[in-house]
Design a protein around this ligand. Structure first.
Ligand code: CP
Length: 313
């Protein structure tokens, strides 16, 4: 059975990007592909873009959609086998996942990292629990370590707006008051290695991402140097991977501004904290692609769902 858990599940990126461009021009191109199928979206964490764009994508494919805020409305799930469930968890994944699968043909899961236990987060307990026990295709709508729907939308955006064959793309860390997971930068870094771009990653020391996502690319700790000649600047906060979940810096000098951006085009997955992560003048200055990225989330969800339907039929 095929699932869509990471960017590695994108079989032929060039074909997917080509189909994405066609869907942008003709949104109902695959209108009948999902007819008669039901998609169940389970949210263990908040969302705006993922929730609405995935529902819209499913509707464009002719699917029925059910959505549940599982984190606030569902039973607290147990994932470990053999547990004596006399504490906080009320239902085991061994029952919950196959029960959901009786009502749906595909399941979407959003479950963020807890940022307390790196080994547990990077084992993807929740997502893999559904993969293991649901028995139907699973769509990752941002898990502990990966956000492939966002990364695919980002690739579509770079393809849409690049002005040269091999643009320079800079992934720049920015400050944030809360500890955020590494899922978005992990998947973005991985995706950029599959595109004809020159990737530079810049962040303060201590924010190195896991090498399996960066491909061993050494970071540039000097943001100003990293930004020289950039065509696209992807701004994102993340917490430390080595000192897992820690906030090591809140240095406002790392915030993205219009001056730092120069002629480069600005990217951010959203939501973004204005004047903390990105300054107003960068978001409003005419070089921002953040709304186009959000628009491309519908395309990336259509592509992933179409792939799951076709490859599992
Ligand atoms: N970028 C993104 O995934 O947005 P949401 O968290 O609002 O879904």
């Amino acid at each position: 059975m095929k699932h869509f858990c990471t960017t590695d599940d994108i079989t032929e990126l060039a074909d997917w990007l080509h189909l994405g461009n066609r869907l942008r021009a003709e949104p109902d191109l695959l209108a009948h592909l999902g007819r008669g199928k039901t998609l169940c979206l389970l949210f263990f964490n908040n969302s705006l873009r993922t929730r609405l764009s995935t529902q819209k994508a499913a509707q464009l494919l002719g699917m029925e959609v059910m959505v549940m805020n599982f984190g606030s409305e569902g039973w607290s799930l147990e994932y470990t086998d053999g547990t004596v469930m006399d504490q906080g968890t009320a239902e085991h994944i061994r029952e919950a996942a196959p029960v959901v699968a009786q009502y749906a043909d595909l399941i979407g899961i959003r479950a963020f990292a807890g940022l307390k236990d790196r080994e547990a987060d990077y084992a993807e307990m929740v997502l893999q629990g559904f993969v293991q026990h649901a028995g139907i295709p699973v769509l990752n709508m941002e898990s502990a370590t990966a956000h492939p729907l966002q990364a695919l939308a980002d690739a579509l955006t770079i393809e849409q707006f690049r002005e040269k064959d091999r643009p320079k793309v800079v992934l720049s860390w920015a400050p944030h008051p809360r500890a955020l997971p590494q899922a978005v930068p992990n998947s973005f870094a991985k995706m950029m290695q599959a595109l004809p771009v020159d990737l530079t990653i810049t962040h303060p020391e201590g924010y190195e991402l896991a090498p399996e996502f960066t491909g061993g690319l050494s970071p540039e700790y000097n943001q100003e140097k990293a930004l020289e000649g950039a065509d696209f600047v992807y701004v994102k906060n993340w917490s430390s991977y080595s000192d897992y979940g820690a906030i090591l810096s809140q240095d406002p000098a790392w915030m993205m501004t219009a001056k730092k951006l120069g002629e480069a085009q600005l990217m951010h997955c959203l939501p973004v904290r204005r004047n903390v992560v990105v300054a107003d003048d960068a978001l409003d200055g005419g070089r921002s692609l953040v709304l186009q990225q959000a628009a491309n989330r519908t395309l990336s969800a259509q592509l992933a769902l179409a792939h799951l339907i076709q490859s599992n039929s």
